[in-house]
Write a protein that binds this ligand. Structure first.
Ligand code: ATP
Ligand code: MG
Length: 295
């Protein structure tokens, strides 16, 4: 499936959204009732919407073609759509389909009723160990699924995680993800979450996501990422040296620290594999078996 801002639209199967009948017609804006705005993105806005025939509630992400062109991210968007539309996992935000008109591109996304995890973390400052472990375990399962399909996310961070109606985490934003069979050498993502091999621009593979999950686990438990510094150059240095320190407050169990230490390893081949992570005592003892944190 290819998305294009220039070539004429291809005939596309409608009905990848559950409940909607399959036919040959393409999606158009007329197929949706548009509701309240859910948020603003870099290239457009996201609205709550209802597919008229199925009554299915979705999030409609509206991107402006001229902005996509100006920033030269059309290729990246096409890759994001191609990858995300093929993934089916309870902890990965579904992309049901897309359509476009002269000015805009529309992405039909699964609606995440509880919004951004980032806001929740800001509100709480940091999460309990049960909550953090539940999230980390569900993300590990989602990443095992992605890696099994040769997809590396490369941009795991709180801003890219949404929360579903039941409290389940959903990985969103596959803008930096790649479908890969060989090792990659591209600079991407936000500095705080970048592993040493990406900061140093050497080759990297799926193990970059283990690193980012380790950073995320730390940020869940402490409220700040581990290598934070005022200057970029200091964050850079701390990442490359794996200058990992655990503050005395908030109090975090040694089992959690052990897990983080095993994930934040400079040599990417020595990081704790995600399947092993799921067997780690901290995860086994703290993560809700249902994968859903209910507070
Ligand atoms: P980019 O990551 O390209 O800069 P962005 O992160 O700013 O874009 P999005 O995250 O896609 O843009 O969307 C903006 C906001 O809209 C989100 O932060 C979130 O609050 C809301 N939002 C986006 N998608 C959904 C969704 N599927 N369900 C609920 N809310 C959403
Ligand atoms: Mg985002």
């Amino acid at each position: 499936m290819a998305i294009s801002t220039e070539t004429p639209p291809q005939q596309q199967h409608k009905g990848s959204s559950e409940g909607a009948a399959v036919d040959q017609k393409r999606w158009t804006l007329n197929d949706f009732d548009i509701g309240k705005p859910l948020g603003r993105g870099k290239f457009g806005h996201v609205y709550l919407a209802r597919e008229k025939r199925s009554n299915h509630i979705v999030a409609l992400k509206v991107l402006f073609k001229n902005q996509l062109k100006q920033s030269q991210v059309e290729h990246q968007l096409r890759r994001e759509v191609e990858i995300q539309s093929h993934l089916r996992h309870p902890n990965i935000l579904r992309l049901y389909g897309y359509f476009y008109d002269q000015k805009r591109v529309y992405l039909i996304l699964e609606y995440a009723a509880k919004g951004e995890l980032y806001k929740e973390l800001q509100k709480c400052k940091y999460f309990s160990e049960r909550r953090a472990a539940t999230y980390v375990a569900s993300l590990a399962r989602a990443l095992i699924y992605c890696h099994g399909k040769h997809v590396i996310h490369r941009d795991i961070k709180p801003e890219n995680l949404l929360v579903g109606a039941q409290g389940e985490l959903k990985i969103a934003d596959f803008g930096w993800s790649v479908h890969t069979f060989n090792r990659r050498r591209t600079m991407c993502g936000t500095l705080d979450y970048l592993p040493p091999e990406m900061v140093e621009s050497v080759e990297h593979d799926a193990n970059v996501d283990i690193w980012s999950l380790g950073i995320l686990c730390y940020e869940f438990l402490y409220g700040v990422p581990p290598f934070e510094a005022k200057e970029h150059s200091d964050t850079y240095r701390r990442i490359v040296q794996v200058d990992l320190k655990f503050p005395s407050r908030p109090v975090v169990s040694s089992a959690a620290k052990d897990l983080i230490t095993q994930m934040l390893v400079k040599d990417s081949s020595q990081r704790l594999p995600l399947k092993k992570l799921l067997e780690h005592p901290w995860i086994v003892q703290n993560a809700e078996p249902s994968g859903v944190y209910r507070g």
